[in-house]
Structures are given as structure tokens and as C-alpha cells.
Design a protein around this ligand. Structure first.
Ligand code: SF4
Ligand code: SF4
Length: 176
């Protein structure tokens, strides 16, 4: 039979008083009571509450916070997206649906006739932004996903995503 190294661990022995949990319950309640009465003080500056009075007080997110998607625009106001499907292909949550259409402008091969993102299914990984070859999709809207009353409200279509968008300074095919 093979030798097995056994590490002996000393067991902690508790007194009957400790086993009753009474000291720890009293200690926990005293901490809760201390915070409760401290935050009843009339002078708000002396309170130590960390509750944010949302939505009146909004959280300021850091610059690199990934929020709701937005679709960027060209100088003429058209969507930058060329329906290449890179974002929908890489999306691990399979929450981007795109249908490509022929563009009237012969210099633009395709455009998204349908572009929908299911914001509730999105896991906010940012891979779609990384995959886009023409800076057409970003997640720097600074807005988090709001609560929805209906499931359909979480489906952001192209026009809504374009409303959240803005002009991109990236060059595309040699043009702004
Ligand atoms: S952030 Fe990730 S999960 Fe969300 S749409 Fe983009 S690729 Fe998909
Ligand atoms: S958003 Fe970017 S990656 Fe996605 S289809 Fe449009 S051009 Fe391609």
C-alpha cells in the first residue's frame, strides 16, 4: 500500500458559551444598531449611509464602462455599418441579428436593412466592438440597461441604435 502524507489539523474547541452563538449574535446586532441610529441623525453630513437616491442621483460611470450599444454615423448621417456580420458572428450570446441590404450608393456595398440587438441577452463582453472593422458599433453610450416592462423593449433596432450613436472620426475605405 502506498504511503500517503497526512496533514493533521488541530480542531478548534469551542466553549459552551461560544457554541450558543449568543456573543456573535449580540456583536452583529450591535453593529447593525450602531449604523441604524447613526443614520437617524438630523445632520445629513454626519450620516454614513451609502444609499444612492437613484434616479435623482445618477452614477457617473468610468470612461471605459461598457453600456448600451450605439451605431455610429457617417458624415452624411447614414449608418457606418456595412453589414459584414463580424459582430454577430463573434457574439457569444448570439444576440445580434443583422440582415444585409444592397445600398443605392455603388461605393457602399451593403448596409444593414435590419439590425437588432437583444440588450437583455447581451453579456456585455464588448467583443462586437472589438470585431467591427469600421468603428460602426460602440458601447460607450454611458447608459446602463434600464428595467423593462415588456420583453420586446429590450430589442434595440437599427434606428434606435443610430439615435444613441454619433459621428465617428474613424476612416473607412479611405473616407471619413
Ligand atoms: S457585448 Fe458581447 S454579448 Fe453583447 S452584443 Fe456584443 S458581442 Fe454580443
Ligand atoms: S457593426 Fe461593424 S462588425 Fe457589425 S456588421 Fe456592422 S460593420 Fe460589421
Amino acid at each position: 500500500m502506498a504511503n500517503v502524507n497526512v496533514k493533521k489539523v488541530d480542531r478548534i474547541t469551542q466553549t459552551l458559551w461560544e457554541k450558543s452563538y449568543i456573543p456573535e449574535i449580540v456583536r452583529g446586532l450591535s453593529v447593525t444598531s450602531r449604523h441604524f441610529f447613526r443614520n437617524l441623525r438630523p445632520n445629513k453630513a454626519k450620516r454614513t449611509t451609502f444609499t444612492r437616491e437613484y434616479p435623482e442621483v445618477q452614477t457617473v460611470y468610468p470612461e471605459r464602462y461598457r453600456g448600451l450599444h450605439r451605431l455610429m454615423l457617417r458624415d452624411d448621417g447614414q449608418v457606418r455599418c456595412v453589414a459584414c456580420m463580424c459582430c454577430s458572428t463573434i457574439c457569444p450570446a448570439d444576440c445580434i441579428h443583422i440582415e444585409a441590404g444592397e445600398h443605392d450608393d455603388p461605393t457602399i456595398e451593403k448596409y444593414p436593412s435590419i439590425f437588432v440587438i437583444d440588450e437583455l441577452r447581451c453579456i456585455v463582453c464588448g467583443l462586437c466592438v472589438e470585431a467591427c472593422p469600421c468603428d460602426a458599433i460602440r458601447m460607450d453610450s454611458g447608459k446602463h440597461i434600464p428595467p423593462y416592462g415588456e420583453r420586446d423593449e429590450a430589442f434595440f433596432d437599427r434606428d434606435l441604435l443610430m439615435q444613441l450613436g454619433g459621428l465617428s472620426q474613424a476612416k473607412q475605405g479611405g473616407r471619413r
